[in-house]
Design a protein around this ligand. Structure first.
Ligand SMILES: [Zn+2]
Length: 169
């Protein structure tokens, strides 16, 4: 039986480094994990994992680390990479669901720097040409406390059937 009061360190004796995914140990009797390549990671009082040098922050959900973004560009970059991966798996995203906690960041940034785009986004949010919706609150679906985004996808073959002119034969 885990005993919360003496359950030390917070994520167990070892974790996977969020950067290189190697298994890294906790320093004895501390909430600090040490990666030989990436340095120290500390557990915050709210249960986040903080990279001491950069201040980058991760939440864990079902054993996976989710980087928490403070700039919309970081989130867009991560979504762009995931879309690339998706296309390598012969799938295509038809919708992006972004965690509701990013909604202000997303719209605030567009409002400040690109007012004309904001108007466009208000008509229908899109990112990389794909419709965007925001997630339910974590009270409704707890994973959205940690997860950044999810895709609704279809197989690429289905996409080809919808657009026969792109078929190669
Ligand atoms: Zn590492």
């Amino acid at each position: 039986m885990p005993h919360p009061a003496i359950d030390y360190p917070a994520f167990g004796p070892e974790i996977r480094c969020p950067h290189c995914r190697h298994t890294i140990p906790a320093l004895f009797l501390t909430d600090t994990y040490l990666c030989p390549r990436h340095g120290a990671f500390e557990v915050s009082t709210t249960g986040e994992l903080i990279h001491v040098v950069s201040g980058r922050c991760w939440h864990q959900w079902e054993g996976i680390w989710y980087r928490q973004h403070i700039h919309v560009d970081g989130l867009r970059f991560e979504i762009g990479e995931a879309l690339d991966q998706l296309s390598r798996q012969s799938r295509r995203a038809t919708q992006i669901t972004i965690a509701q906690r990013y909604q202000t960041l997303f719209e605030g940034r567009l409002g400040r720097e690109l007012p004309s785009l904001k108007r466009l986004y208000l008509l229908g949010h899109k990112l990389f040409g794909i419709p965007v919706v925001f997630s339910p609150t974590p009270q409704v679906a707890p994973r959205w406390m940690s997860v950044n985004f999810e895709f609704t996808t279809v197989a690429d073959t289905a996409a080809q059937l919808s657009y026969p002119r792109f078929r190669t034969r």
